[in-house]
Design a protein around this ligand. Structure first.
Ligand SMILES: [Zn+2]
Ligand SMILES: [Zn+2]
Length: 397
């Protein structure tokens, strides 16, 4: 049995599904067409899919009583207008610019492969199709709804395609056993002053002045408070206040994101931001507070599972695999991934698949309106999902 060869054998089906998702991207937690399509395909294969939340889909294959391995795909797109030159362009003004269309199609491909081998599965594989990765809401929603129970999940794996990588298309990248994706938090800071005539600032409290001081002060967290060997990105992406030149507004707002590489650092930084914001505002007679939006923890790999996954994948004849541990590399990123909600609960590994290199014209990265992902990478992802799930179960009866 070579699941990579079998994945190549169903490539047309995977590609067709992927093109369907690409033409019809949907956003956030509400993916009515996508979830319905996934369920329909699963039913055609003999599955009994369950809906989790509005648009999460779960299905299982194998036999009860043994261990359970979860494989996960995210299904949501981005509010980006597609400019890429492909013949299956998005039809609705949104775009699968992160490649989640590939993930969804690949997990359906893995579902097909696993169903064909159902009698040989020595436990249960749980397929997790989640919405809202980009907004860091989908995995959290499904974990809270119990996706890791009934049956209880013992280990898990996610995969992300990456384009604009100088690497042969289809290479399965083990990102380095110590690599991480950052924890992320989105925040909004609201400042309340006292509006007045621009000629008489002494009669008001200027929230724009306060906002300026907060902006500068927050940068000192990185420069003066954090261990220099630790990591923090603190980005303010928008600042708004006022509507004309000769009026001081009553209120102002700024919003941004922080990225951290340790869950402890994340907690410390959040507490210090709240203190800096409120005390600076008080110093200038205003009021300000931080509102925390969506976020997620650090994504890291389970060391034992990482070794197992490497052994399983490198043994698959024909499947190109590169482990960053072997070349002294590390695929860590201050980008984030909400699969971390799963990985913080059960032993997990998160893989990458190279889906386009600059040398062959794949010059634009994820989230760019011109980003493209090569379909030759699809069978590699589908095979990796199925191979790891199947072999892990056979070794963990
Ligand atoms: Zn993305
Ligand atoms: Zn993504």
């Amino acid at each position: 049995m070579n699941l990579y060869q079998e994945a190549l054998g169903i490539k047309d089906e995977i590609v067709e599904n992927r093109k369907h998702f690409h033409r019809n991207p949907e956003l956030g937690l509400s993916l009515p067409q996508t979830a319905a399509y996934v369920e329909e395909k699963l039913r055609e294969m003999g599955y009994e899919p369950q809906r989790v939340g509005e648009s999460g889909v779960v299905a299982t294959v194998g036999k009860a009583g043994g261990k359970c391995f979860l494989i996960r795909a995210d299904m949501d797109a981005l509010p980006v207008e597609e400019k890429a030159d492909v013949d299956f362009k998005s039809t609705n003004g949104c775009m699968h610019a992160c490649g989640h269309d590939c993930h969804t199609a690949n997990l359906l491909g893995a579902a097909r492969l696993l169903k064909a081998h159902e009698n040989e599965l020595e436990g249960m594989v749980k397929l997790m199709f989640q919405p809202a990765e980009e907004t860091m809401e989908g995995a959290k929603m499904m974990v809270e709804a119990g996706v890791l129970e009934n049956p209880h999940v013992d280990a898990a794996m996610g995969i992300h395609v990456f384009t604009s990588l100088p690497m042969p298309i289809g290479t399965v990248l083990m990102p380095g056993s110590k690599s991480k994706f950052a924890a992320v938090d989105w925040f909004t800071i609201r400042i309340t002053g006292k509006g007045c005539h621009g000629a008489q600032p002494n009669n008001g409290v200027d929230p724009l002045n306060v906002m300026s001081h907060i902006h500068i002060a927050l940068q000192a967290l990185n420069a003066r408070e954090l261990d220099p060997t630790d990591n923090l990105v603190l980005t303010i992406g928008q600042m708004h206040g006022g509507s004309t030149s000769n009026v001081l507004p009553q209120e102002a707002m700024m919003s941004g994101t922080i990225r951290t590489m340790k869950n402890e650092t994340r907690a410390t930084v959040k507490a210090r931001m709240e203190a800096i914001v409120s005390t600076i505002a008080a110093a200038f007679r205003a009021e300000a507070h931080v509102e925390w939006g969506a976020g997620g923890p650090v994504l890291f790999h389970d060391k034992e599972l990482y070794k197992d996954v490497k052994r399983y994948l490198t043994a698959v004849e024909g499947l190109p695999v590169l482990d960053f541990d072997d070349v002294g590399g590390d695929f860590s990123s201050m980008g984030s991934e909400d699969f971390a909600y799963v990985a913080n609960e059960v032993p997990s590994v998160f893989l990458a698949v190279a889906a386009g290199d600059p040398e062959h014209g794949y010059c634009y990265p994820q989230h760019h309106p011109m980003a493209r992902f090569h379909e030759d990478a699809l069978p590699c992802g589908a095979a990796a999902y199925a191979q790891v799930a199947m072999q892990w179960l056979s070794e963990h009866k």
